[in-house]
Design a protein around this ligand. Structure first.
Ligand SMILES: Nc1ncnc2c1ncn2[C@@H]1O[C@H](COP(=O)(O)OP(=O)(O)OP(=O)(O)O)[C@@H](O)[C@H]1O
Length: 264
């Protein structure tokens, strides 16, 4: 089987500063300021061409960070990511310029991807039609609702026909009809053997759409396997987690983070 994504020991460290002064001092002086925060620790997984993988995990577990790293939008701190082909990320407002109109955003994105003027002219009407933005297409993106931004992002990304499609929560905003239309498009991609990564809090969508699941917890891989194998374990965990008090949840997180620090 041909590999399409190989993620090896990815770690993403963010610096958390308590104020702007600390941030500036960290930049301009040799001394270390701020607190290290690991959004991802030693994450590894592989996707075969044509795999449809769902990323699951409670809030803040690192799903978006990993999606952004695979899409080449955010750099990893250490580790390696090999992507076979062109990856496109669809997330609410991902890569959209707020001051530009929807139409200018389409043109800019396509230009950046190497399309020529003629190709852009041919693609533009179908993107606008898919986005259902109507006359809003000439309004600045900053005036769009999150659903509208998501529709525009989705319409652009699917029309450029990427090899790897990463959809981060983009279907959870906006209306049901558009989500259904988008799922239809994704089914078409699935039939054409494209690799897809799907980030969603909807277990129902995961079950109907994905084949494999990567379960992240506080930046680490908790499990990776088939939907049938991983989803029941996650559902069981969620049931217990939801019953925890705030104090218990904080303790659970702290213990997990302590373990992470020990492994670094
Ligand atoms: N630019 C940043 N600077 C500092 N911390 C960050 C940054 N981006 C993300 N984080 C932190 O990294 C952790 C992982 O965030 P991420 O958005 O990847 O999680 P997620 O699983 O997608 O969460 P959600 O389900 O809430 O969307 C979070 O604790 C978040 O606060």
């Amino acid at each position: 089987m041909e590999k399409s994504i190989v993620v090896k020991n990815i770690t993403k460290k963010y610096k958390l500063y308590s104020n702007t002064k600390e941030r500036i001092l960290d930049l301009i002086t040799p001394k270390d300021y701020g607190e290290d925060f690991y959004a991802l620790t030693n994450v590894s997984f592989e996707a075969e061409k044509g795999d449809i993988i769902g990323f699951i995990g409670i809030n803040g577990s690192g799903k978006s960070t990993l999606s952004n790293i695979i899409a080449g939008i955010v750099p990893e701190t250490s580790g390696t990511v090999a992507v076979n082909g062109q990856a496109a990320l669809i997330a609410v407002s991902a890569g959209l310029k707020a001051d530009l109109s929807g139409r200018d955003n389409i043109e800019l994105k396509l230009l950046m991807l190497g399309f020529n003027k003629e190709q852009i002219k041919n693609l533009e009407p179908s993107i606008i039609e898919f986005s259902e933005l109507g006359k809003f297409i000439d309004q600045p993106v900053k005036s769009y609702s999150s659903g509208m931004k998501s529709r525009l992002g989705f319409a652009i990304s699917v029309s450029v026909d990427p090899d790897i499609l990463i959809i981060d929560e983009a279907l959870s905003v906006g209306d049901k009809a558009f989500a259904e239309k988008s799922l239809e498009k994704m089914r078409e991609f699935k039939q054409r053997g494209k690799t897809m990564i799907f980030v969603s809090h909807s277990i129902g969508q995961m079950k109907t759409f994905c084949e494999k699941i990567l379960w992240l917890e506080f930046g680490k891989v908790k499990d990776f396997g088939s939907v049938e194998e991983v989803i029941p374990k996650y559902e069981k965990f969620l049931k217990q987690y939801k019953k925890m008090s705030k104090h218990e949840k904080d303790k659970y997180r702290e213990e997990a983070q302590e373990k992470t620090t020990e492994t670094l």
